[in-house]
Design a protein around this ligand. Structure first.
Ligand code: NAD
Length: 394
């Protein structure tokens, strides 16, 4: 079997990576720049990391702050229309996945015709055909990996969908852990759990390869060994740096191998109940991995090892079961509720969540265990009760 490996053209990573921004801006020869961010990040001055070099270079800019977490389609439509109406010649996205996803859309779809809705993966009728404005993406969370992927996620009425095309890959990603120091514990936990889920799902994906495996395992090592410290001691530079590299690697891993059941079931939770993306992943992670465990025992043993535990003296089955227990413990340690009940999701919603999750065919296709309607219902019910259930178990 062979596989396609796509890597973004250029990234700067590590503490102080923002120093490369001016040279990159000059390279694009851009004069009028669109900066996409959310109002809070602008208010606390994180955007000054972008504005100061722009001003020094004598470039003009507009700061667009109408980004909301888990952006609905309408927010994307508005930004694309705004970008078309103004003559920008480059886009800089600075923020979490919400701002970065919208920046990619603005860069590409402002140079295409039609609505954003026309380009959605599940229901759209048009295809992205060419690259858009030069785009630089600067994450301020260690989570989504959006800075290196080719998708933009948008919230619909009851679920989420994506615009996906390689034209959405940023020209430059700048991944500087310094910009994550101001993340509060709750967002650190949710976004970190998202990154860990990317790495784990990429590692057990049906489309994993030795390349994505290397990226995923190192991401799991970095994230598992630093997420608790990053959440509980936010000023710890070493933990923030490890989380930054970990989320970047996890992004590259899942961009190439894909995510699967956890994300497929998380999208309706975000769509119907507006849970933060990372929280929906975290609350489902132990239950999806527990349910599919027997289909990927050896890989679950590897994950257990990458999380820092020794499987010596354990059978593969024991180590994979211990992995599920450790995932549950990790979610608990970073103070994310471990049941759907604790997120105030009513038991009756399990059916509608299931009905929406089964539509995520692109994502579910990568699960090592085929997930049918009944499996998905069982997993949501397990997450509701807080009890891991394995395939075949009552
Ligand atoms: P986010 O962008 O929604 O931000 C969450 C909150 O954190 C916001 O209130 C924001 O103001 C705040 N915040 C961000 N950085 C901060 C900082 N440095 N200091 C203080 N506060 C800060 O959260 P996210 O989890 O990064 O992104 C979620 C979105 O990304 C969802 O829509 C999700 O579906 C999408 N996503 C995209 C991809 C992809 O590959 N494109 C992958 C996974 C998730």
């Amino acid at each position: 079997m062979s596989e396609k490996i796509t890597l973004p053209p250029l990234s700067y990573t590590g503490w102080g990576a923002m120093e490369h921004l001016p040279a990159e801006l000059k390279r694009f020869n851009a004069r009028h720049i669109l900066i996409v961010t959310d109002p809070f990040l602008h208010q606390i001055g994180l955007t000054n990391h972008v504005i100061a070099p722009l001003e020094e270079l004598g470039m003009t800019y507009e700061v667009y702050t109408e980004v909301v977490p888990e952006p609905p389609l309408a927010v994307g439509e508005k930004l694309v229309a705004f970008t078309r109406d103004n003559n920008f010649d480059a886009v800089i996205g600075i923020g979490g996945g919400s701002a970065l996803d919208l920046s990619k859309l603005a860069g590409v779809l402002s140079q295409h015709e039609g609505l954003v809705a026309d380009y959605l993966n599940l229901t759209g009728s048009r295809q992205v055909t060419h690259k858009g404005l030069p785009t630089i993406l600067i994450p301020t969370t260690s989570g989504t990996g959006s800075e290196v992927t080719n998708i933009s996620v948008l919230a619909l009425e009851t679920t989420k969908d994506v615009v996906a095309h390689d034209a959405l890959i940023a020209d430059v990603a700048i991944v500087d852990p310094e910009l994550t120091m101001s993340l509060p514990p709750k967002v650190t936990a949710a976004t970190g759990a998202d990154a860990l889920t990317h790495a784990i799902e990429a590692y057990v994906s049906k489309f994993a390869s030795p390349v994505s495996d290397a990226l995923a395992l190192q991401a799991i090592r970095l994230i598992s060994s630093s997420i608790r410290t990053a959440v509980h001691q936010g000023d710890n530079k070493e933990a923030r740096t490890k989380m930054s590299y970990g989320s970047y690697l996890a992004g590259l891993a899942f961009f190439n191998a894909g995510v699967a059941g956890v994300h497929g079931l998380a999208y309706p939770l975000g769509g119907q109940f507006h849970l933060a993306h990372g929280e929906s992943n975290a609350v489902l992670l132990p239950y999806v991995m527990g349910y599919i465990r027997s289909s990927c025992e050896e890989r679950m043993k590897d994950i257990y090892e990458a999380m820092g535990f020794s499987p010596s003296g354990m059978s593969q089955t024991e180590a994979s079961k211990a992995c599920v227990r450790e995932l549950k413990r990790l979610v608990e340690d970073i103070n994310i509720p471990l049941t759907l009940q604790e997120f105030s999701i009513p038991k009756e919603a399990i059916q509608s969540l299931t009905d929406d999750a089964i539509l995520q065919t692109r994502i579910l296709a990568r699960s090592p265990l085929k997930l049918e309607l009944e499996d998905i219902f069982t997993i949501y019910a397990a997450a509701y009760e807080g009890k891991v259930v394995e395939k075949g178990e009552k």
